[in-house]
Ligand binder design. Structure first.
Ligand code: NAD
Length: 255
């Protein structure tokens, strides 16, 4: 166990499943942070808690639907009550809808994706802000995507819009947070093997090879690849880094 995040308290959202939230939560806890992980899915959240407990990490689980503003307030209050303050927020909870443009429905695809990829980020940042301020500063890490920079062949109209939105929103958080020493940065992952991507890899022959053609390195990303970057942005090693976007994408946006 490392000590790069010793004495820091982190809230990580979207920690259920085998995705980026889980990867970041475990990476932070392995570097000594006290972590509260939150997910809407009680079973998946419990699995991450079990992994953390097995490793002897300082980890608490909070189950909530973070589309509810009050649930975000309760989550941050729980972390402060349990661990004495809040230093780091990582917002990995998300949901998204894909459809070709002509089938893109205003409620089913557009509004739902904006709720799942923008509202969830805003609500958690808003709820954490006063606690980070009270602590004399902190680090917010949001997720944009390679798709904030490059389009997908089909279906990603709202997804690309929200990811551009996360970049812009995070820059504004950085600007307004500077005077309080609250830093805000984004990570833009390329294709990372989360539950959904793994299911497609298993289901669709050739899918993995097709994705790999869009990368400079010959493998898909893992939640651990993203966790390493999150540890850096959460730690004081990045204390002069704010308003930035770090692309962890095997060169996907540089081709
Ligand atoms: N996986 C990738 O390839 C990839 C690439 C680029 C960007 N990203 C971004 O990284 C972030 C995490 O992605 P992921 O692939 O790990 O996602 P994921 O779908 O694997 O995990 C998201 C988690 O959020 C939880 N969640 C959904 N709605 C919630 C709610 N209302 N309240 C609380 N929790 C809720 C889900 O239960 C799930 O466990 C997202 O913003 C995503 O757009 C992912």
């Amino acid at each position: 166990m490392g000590e790069r995040l010793k004495d820091k308290v982190a809230v990580v959202t979207g920690t259920g499943g085998l995705g980026i939230g889980q990867g970041c939560a475990l990476a932070l806890a392995r570097e000594g942070a006290a972590v509260v992980g939150c997910d809407i899915d009680e079973k998946l959240a419990g699995e991450t808690l079990a992994l953390a407990t097995e490793e002897g990490l300082l980890y608490e689980s909070f189950v909530a639907d973070l589309t509810d503003p009050a649930a975000n307030d309760q989550l941050m209050a729980f972390a402060v009550e349990r661990f004495g303050g809040l230093d780091v927020l990582i917002t990995a909870a998300a949901f998204v809808e894909f459809a070709p443009v002509e089938e893109f429905d205003y409620d089913k695809h557009w509004r739902r994706t904006l709720q799942g990829e923008l509202d969830l980020v805003f609500l958690s940042c808003k709820a954490a802000w006063s606690h980070l301020k009270a602590r004399g500063g902190g680090s917010i890490i949001n997720f944009a995507s390679a798709n904030a920079y490059v389009a997908l062949p089909s279906g990603a109209l709202a997804h690309c819009a929200t990811k551009g939105g996360v970049l812009a929103m995070t820059r504004q958080l950085a600007m307004e947070g500077g005077r309080y020493r609250i830093r805000a940065n984004t990570i833009s992952p390329g294709p990372v093997v989360s539950k959904h991507i793994q299911e497609r890899v298993n289901r669709e022959p050739g899918f993995e090879e097709m994705i790999k053609k869009s990368l400079m390195l010959d493998r898909l990303g893992t939640p651990e690849d993203i966790g390493h970057c999150a540890v850096y942005l959460a730690s004081d090693e990045s204390s002069w880094v704010t308003g930035s976007d770090i692309r962890v994408d095997a060169g996907a946006t540089a081709m």
